[in-house]
Design a protein around this ligand. Structure first.
Ligand SMILES: [Zn+2]
Ligand SMILES: [Zn+2]
Length: 262
């Protein structure tokens, strides 16, 4: 049994959509045409406020808009799950924090993901730097827990089809996205978590994401007090319709949802 610190955490779902977001460009389906604000989903990302520090898991293409919407005026560090476009392509916009905090931003990612970041944002890592480019300090992570200003994060190794990705546990909250397989030993690391946020793309099976049935199976194994489904496709249906079908302790996440843990 892994010991966990008691942390007072405020989590905000910055985005809860799959890679295209909802509405999808040029789609006329009933979900994309819905006027319910809960059916508008930016690319998936999570804000964690722990003590006085803000942490963000993933910086997708909507990062700028998400930071403005939630009025995130300081940012301590970024944790990356994996290098897909919808999880990293907004990282250029850390420039405002570089300016305000007068410091490179700490970015935590595994070596393969760091290589991708260096390719995608190659201008950040060249010798002759253009003035005003983002400044980041990359920190290597692996399966072991690590601390940022005393806050412990536990990486959870998951698989996005064949691609290894990381979920993260902080205190009694665990965030897992873009996965369809969690090995047994990693499930053990999540046990005792009170809040589980996990990806569920839609009802139909998918090669690299849990569908609803598979996500519910994981939730049943871990038995958190509350579970929230994220990284949703427009193919899943409308928010209010899906929520009616979910078990009592399972909810559909939506953009701007705040979860507090004491
Ligand atoms: Zn994704
Ligand atoms: Zn649609």
């Amino acid at each position: 049994m892994i010991s966990h610190q008691k942390l007072s955490i405020q989590a905000t779902l910055l985005g809860t959509g799959t890679s295209q977001g909802i509405p999808v460009i040029a789609c006329n389906c009933e979900v994309c045409r819905s006027i319910n604000s809960k059916d508008k989903r930016l690319r998936s990302s999570l804000l964690l406020k722990i003590g006085e520090n803000n942490f963000v898991i993933d910086t997708g293409p909507d990062f700028r808009q998400q930071m403005l919407r939630e009025e995130v005026n300081t940012l301590r560090a970024i944790l990356i799950t994996h290098e897909h476009v919808d999880h990293v392509f907004g990282m250029d916009d850390i420039r405002s924090y570089n300016w305000i905090q007068n410091h490179p931003l700490d970015v935590y990612a595994e070596p393969r993901v760091q290589d991708a970041i260096k390719r995608i944002f190659s201008y950040v890592f060249v010798n002759q730097k253009y003035p005003g480019i983002p400044k980041m300090k990359l920190h290597v992570i692996n399966d072991k827990s690590f601390k940022i200003d005393g806050v412990k994060f536990i990486p959870i190794r998951c698989y996005h089809h064949k691609l290894p990705v990381y979920g993260y546990r902080a205190g009694d909250l665990t965030y897992i996205t873009d996965t369809n397989y969690i090995p047994y030993d990693e499930i053990k690391k999540i046990e005792g978590t009170r809040v589980l946020i996990i990806n569920a793309l839609r009802k139909e099976k998918h090669i690299s994401h849990f569908n609803l049935e598979e996500a519910l199976e994981v939730i049943e194994k871990i038995k958190p007090e509350k579970a929230y489904l994220t990284h949703l496709s427009h193919g899943f249906g409308k928010h209010d319709d899906i929520e009616k079908e979910l078990p009592k302790n399972v909810f559909l996440a939506y953009d701007g949802l705040v979860i507090k843990l004491n």
